[in-house]
Design a binder for this molecule. Structure first.
Ligand SMILES: NC(=O)c1ccc[n+]([C@@H]2O[C@H](COP(=O)([O-])OP(=O)(O)OC[C@H]3O[C@@H](n4cnc5c(N)ncnc54)[C@H](O)[C@@H]3O)[C@@H](O)[C@H]2O)c1
Ligand SMILES: [Zn+2]
Length: 352
């Protein structure tokens, strides 16, 4: 048997980001053909503005695709229908999609775009707080499989991202609080200006003041961008962005089982505090204080029995054997990845 190996360098991808009123976002022309895909919840209040935005990026836009947003759009069964809608509009490998919606719709459409004709360009317009501080950039596009989240996916960076905090004014409180959890996480990881801003302007952020949101989101995205650029495929440093999520996912699953309304971001907030309890060098007090400024929870709302917590933790994809790679926040802006036995998280999860 003869063989050989060869190296293929990853093509580098550039994402341009505009933060501020959508009507003023100047991102130039992205493609000659393509279309807008939007969440039907946005149609009434933002449909006209989004069509106008798409028409500035795509020279000859086809009719928009309107889809219901939310977690159900991450069902792989919806993909063929979406591909057919793109094909019916005559889109080809040179086309682009402008996608406006929450994190779930961005994930699903990012996946659809990355697989349609082996990959067409995407412009993201995240319209939820989670979308704006997190899902809109970084290129992770995942679908759910048989109820298990993010089991199928790929990483493909969007060409552009336009973030307009005005979209957040219509967001239900629970969805806004979810974004606050992710913002608090980013501020603790990033430290510096973002941590200072979330400390000094927390009331303005909570009141959804557009200027405060614009500053906070801008700094959170700049931080995430720097981490993604260092480790786009999530093999190392990017894992710090999972802070709060190992414990958070366990809490989220238990809350779901009990029928309690706790958003993903609130579970991440509690998860940040729990994970800080599991490591002797973690800055637990700083973490709890930062969460408190955003009126986010930091205590367990219920006790999770150890064997149930262990089962949920061991399902976690960040775990290898009984040891998990856990981001440990030593101080705002100082985070290290450490191997922590899953057992260390069981006691704080079991303490209500
Ligand atoms: N790719 C990533 O890096 C990444 C990061 C974080 C989260 N996610 C994914 O994002 C999803 C969560 O996203 P989400 O929190 O944005 O929720 P979501 O996308 O599920 O949207 C929640 C609801 O908000 C509605 N909505 C959207 N914009 C609105 C607006 N401006 N006003 C009122 N309602 C609006 C939607 O129609 C939907 O019903 C999860 O599936 C998660 O896995 C992905
Ligand atoms: Zn999250």
């Amino acid at each position: 048997v003869r063989g050989f190996s060869f190296e293929v360098p990853l093509p580098s991808e550039t994402t341009r980001i505009a933060i501020g009123p959508l009507a003023e976002a100047n991102l130039g022309t992205v493609a000659a053909t393509g279309c807008l895909v939007l969440d039907q919840a946005l149609e009434a209040a933002h449909g006209v503005a989004l069509r106008a935005f798409a028409a500035r990026l795509i020279r000859e836009p086809s009719a928009p695709v309107v889809l219901p947003g939310g977690e159900s759009c991450k069902d792989p069964a919806g993909l063929p229908g979406l591909w057919r809608q793109l094909a019916a509009r005559g889109l080809d490998r040179e086309s682009a999609l402008v996608v406006a919606g929450g994190g779930a719709l961005l994930d699903a459409c990012g996946f659809a775009a990355a697989t349609f004709h082996r990959g067409i360009r995407v412009v993201n317009v995240p319209t939820t707080f989670v979308g704006q501080v997190d899902a809109g950039i970084g290129g992770k596009c995942a679908l759910n499989l048989d109820g298990a989240k993010n089991q199928v996916g790929l990483v493909r960076q969007p060409s552009c991202v336009a973030v307009d905090p005005a979209f957040l004014l219509t967001l239900p409180d629970a969805s806004f609080r979810s974004g606050l959890g992710e913002l608090a996480k980013s501020a603790l990881l990033a430290g510096g200006q973002l941590h200072a801003l979330t400390a000094s302007r927390a009331p303005a952020v909570l009141a959804r003041d557009p200027a405060a949101l614009e500053s906070a989101i801008g700094l959170a995205l700049a931080f995430k961008a720097s981490v993604v650029a260092e480790d786009p495929l999530d093999r190392g440093r990017r894992r710090i962005l999972n802070a709060g999520h190992s414990a958070g996912h366990v809490i989220e699953a238990e809350a779901l089982r009990r029928g309690l309304a706790l958003s993903h971001g609130e579970c991440v907030a509690i998860g940040l505090a729990i994970e800080a309890s599991a490591h002797p060098r973690a800055a637990r007090d700083e973490v709890v204080r930062a969460l408190g400024r955003f009126a986010l929870p930091s205590r367990m709302p219920f006790a999770i029995e150890s064997s149930a917590a262990r089962d949920l933790l061991l399902r976690d994809k960040k775990r290898q054997g009984g040891v998990m790679s856990l981001p440990v926040i030593l101080a705002p802006g100082r985070v290290v990845l450490e191997d922590v036995p899953a057992e260390a998280l069981l006691a704080p999860l079991a303490a209500a």
